[in-house]
Design a protein around this ligand. Structure first.
Ligand code: C2E
Ligand code: CA
Ligand code: CA
Length: 687
């Protein structure tokens, strides 16, 4: 599926074809031929019409002429046949002359039945036969015909000639010398013939001329119309292409060409619906996360990062399409896939290991070899307590999370163990909003001790939630709050309660303490959180200079520059910003340069391994020196034993925090004094 091929196919599918020039010519020819034929037919019809009228006129004139002659003569005096012929010839000539411009020859004769009417013998056998039929039938009718005779076009009119007057009868009988006719008999016929060859040929020439004129005009008009239509079609095609391209972009990721989250969810829903209808045995969903993608970007550059994403996209698509599924990029370095499974088909674990093998293959980039690592979560719909698209995706996500925690570059299947965890997670997810709203999530205060003065100087507020009699770890509910978008409310609730507790402690001890609260990177996506903190400080009248916000390096994964601006704003208000869990990520040192943190909190895992790992000790030494030189305060977390306190103090940490000084001071204010003493004892021992 190529980004650029797609729109063209769409235009073709809609039936947009290019106009061919031959079509234009055929169309013009057709129009010209039609026009010429039409012209020829009309011209000839008109010609015939006028000729018929003239023929008719001639018969009328001849009859009038003989009638007039008969009236002039004695009552029963017949018109001599010769006279009649003279009249006919005269009118024929007149009519011939009147149509001279067209030079249409007109012939007229008056053949008789038994021999001669006007002593004319009909030579045309067909006419003769017709006259005989007229003479023998009781009701003779004339006829008009057009005949092609010896290459000539003849328009003919045959009109019966009756023996209407006795004089007429006797005159003819006398001329013939026997009793040929009785009154009322058909004696013969007027036969008028017009030779239309010339005007018809002329019409043909005109029609031919018309053909070429129309052809030329038609070529012009049709050609222009075609062009107009072509540009309209081109414009339409362009629009369809642009629209289909836009649709493609709206449903696909531009870097990998893979379907995006929207399209993926549509397909996931369709596959689960097919499962519900019994059309398949299982639906498998996979979610894939590239291990340490940020490190690849930071160390090898964004081009390398893009190449990794493209390569993973290609391999993922190849594997999934092999089984009739689809691959998608959900965003960032997260990919997904979904496929329907027929009875006896693919197992989730087989898909998981095949994907791991294929996606982790090394590939060449700018002369170097990159071997990407991925963590894969796989879930099968038929293994879910509640089969549904959302649940399937969630299950794959939980499996992915487990894979990541299991040490990366591995596949985890959503199995029974995860299923139980999933059930618990769903329960917690639905209970948490209420817990936050009703204040069931509240802080404990963890003491922080200054190394040089041995004094308790402040507290870190840590959220606690007891749900159905069981204490839930923040490591469990904080990610849930982040996912359901309630982390801001939770952090503010903890801040408000912690301020109240610390203010109370300050009153008891009659001196100031610092307060440190944890805030999520997600809080800094909008300005709202900053405004809320201002509001809390204002209403509680807590000194902003005593407040520290602890933030982990995950803030760098969000929209860093926007978050940075908001953090600077808070610094200007007097707040301190601490980089929490320092030393757990890969790029902690580089983050130190990206924002001027006031405090660095060394993660407790660092302290735990100090004994067995000398290199770590040296590293910690340098980090503390570096941070101190940069003017930052170093807080060592997770100080459990006096020897640890001694070590980090010697290395130059400024503040200590951990089980050694108590993990919660909230319940008993008198602990405050005790811990003061304890601190002093341990600090003295350390020196
Ligand atoms: P964190 O900010 O690094 O907090 C320190 C964690 O280490 C706390 O775990 C604390 O109880 C534990 N800890 C400190 N000293 C010692 C020690 O000497 N020994 C041992 N074994 N543990 C020690 P906790 O309370 O489970 O919190 C876990 C994480 O949850 C925190 O790590 C923090 O990232 C997050 N969190 C806690 N409360 C909040 C909150 O209100 N808002 C946000 N956004 N995150 C919070
Ligand atoms: Ca913290
Ligand atoms: Ca920490």
């Amino acid at each position: 599926m190529s980004t650029h091929r797609q729109p063209v196919d769409a235009a073709r599918a809609l039936g947009f074809k290019r106009f061919k020039p031959t079509r234009t010519i055929y169309l013009a020819l057709f129009i010209a031929l039609g026009g010429a034929v039409f012209y020829f037919a009309i011209a000839n019809a008109k010609l015939l019409q006028s000729e018929r009228a003239q023929q008719h006129q001639m018969i009328e004139l001849t009859n009038a002429f003989t009638n007039a002659y008969a009236l002039e003569r004695t009552e029963n005096g017949a018109v001599p046949a010769a006279f009649r012929r003279i009249g006919m010839e005269q009118f024929a000539r007149e009519i011939g002359q009147s149509s001279r411009s067209r030079e249409v020859p007109v012939y007229i004769r008056m053949p008789g039945v038994p021999g001669l009417e006007l002593q004319t013998v009909e030579k045309n056998r067909q006419i003769l036969d017709y006259i005989r039929v007229m003479a023998n039938s009781g009701m003779p009718r004339g006829k008009e015909e057009i005949q092609l005779e010896l290459g000539r076009v003849i328009a003919r009119k045959i009109v019966p000639s009756f023996a209407s007057e006795q004089t007429c009868v006797s005159c003819h009988n006398e001329a013939l010398g026997f009793q040929a006719y009785a009154r009322g008999d058909v004696m013969g016929a007027f036969v008028i013939e017009t030779d239309l060859t010339k005007p018809v040929v002329q019409n043909a020439y005109f029609a031919l001329g018309a053909f070429f004129v129309i052809l030329f005009a038609a070529l012009l008009v049709v050609g222009r119309e075609n062009q107009r239509m072509q540009s309209a079609v081109d414009a339409l095609r362009g629009r369809v292409e642009a629209e289909s391209y836009a649709n493609f972009l709206a449903s696909h990721d531009s870097l990998t060409d893979l379907p995006n989250r929207k399209l993926f969810l549509r397909r996931l829903n369709a596959d689960v619906a097919a499962f519900d209808r019994g059309k398949c045995e299982n639906v498998i969903a996979v979610i894939i996360d590239v291990d340490d993608f940020k490190t690849i970007n930071d160390t090898l550059g964004h081009d390398a990062g893009d190449a990794v994403l493209k390569k993973i996209g290609i391999s993922l698509r190849a594997v999934l399409e092999r089984y009739g599924g689809i691959a998608a990029r959900l965003g960032g370095d997260e990919f997904a896939g979904v496929l329907k499974v027929c009875p006896g088909g693919l197992l989730p674990e087989d898909l998981g290991s095949e994907l791991l093998d294929e996606l982790c293959l090394p590939f060449g980039f700018k002369g170097a070899s990159i071997q990407p690592g991925v963590s894969i979560g796989v879930a099968g719909l038929n293994h879910l307590p509640e089969p549904g698209p959302r649940q399937l995706l969630k299950a794959a996500d939980i499996a992915l999370y487990a894979a990541k925690r299991g040490g990366k570059r591995c596949t985890r299947i959503f199995d029974n163990e995860l299923r139980q965890r999933f059930g618990r997670l769903s329960g917690l997810t639905s209970a948490l909003p209420d817990a936050i709203g009703k204040g069931a999530v509240s802080p404990i205060l963890q003491p922080q001790v200054d190394v040089s003065t041995h004094q308790l100087v402040g507290f870190e507020a840590l959220a606690r939630w007891t749900h159905e009699g069981q204490e839930i770890s923040p490591a469990e509910f904080i990610p849930i709050a982040e996912e359901i978008g309630l982390i801001g409310r939770l952090d503010l609730a903890v801040l408000e309660r912690a301020i109240v507790l610390v203010q109370r402690l300050m009153e008891t001890a009659n001196r100031a303490f610092r307060l440190s609260v944890n805030v999520s990177a997600k809080d800094f996506k909008t300005d709202e959180f900053v405004e809320q903190i201002q509001r809390v400080l204002h209403t509680s009248r807590f000194d902003p200079n005593l407040l520290t916000l602890e933030i982990t390096e995950s803030v760098f994964l969000e929209d860093w520059s926007a978050a940075c601006a908001r953090l600077e704003l808070l610094q200007k208000m007097g707040l301190k910003i601490a980089l929490d869990d320092f030393g757990t990520g890969y790029s902690s040192l580089s983050y130190l340069m990206q924002f001027s943190f006031d405090i660095i909190k060394i993660d407790r895992t660092f302290l735990q391994r100090l004994d067995e790992d000398r290199a770590r000790l040296i590293l910690l030494n340098h980090i503390i020196k570096l941070a101190t030189n940069l003017g930052k305060t170093v807080v060592a977390e997770g100080v459990e034993r006096p020897d640890q306190a001694v070590k980090v103090s010697k290395l130059g940490a400024h503040v200590l925090q951990g089980a050694l000084f108590g993990l919660d001071i909230e319940q008993a204010p008198e602990l405050l004094m005790q811990s003061n003493r304890k601190v002093a004892d341990h600090a003295r021992a350390a020196h």
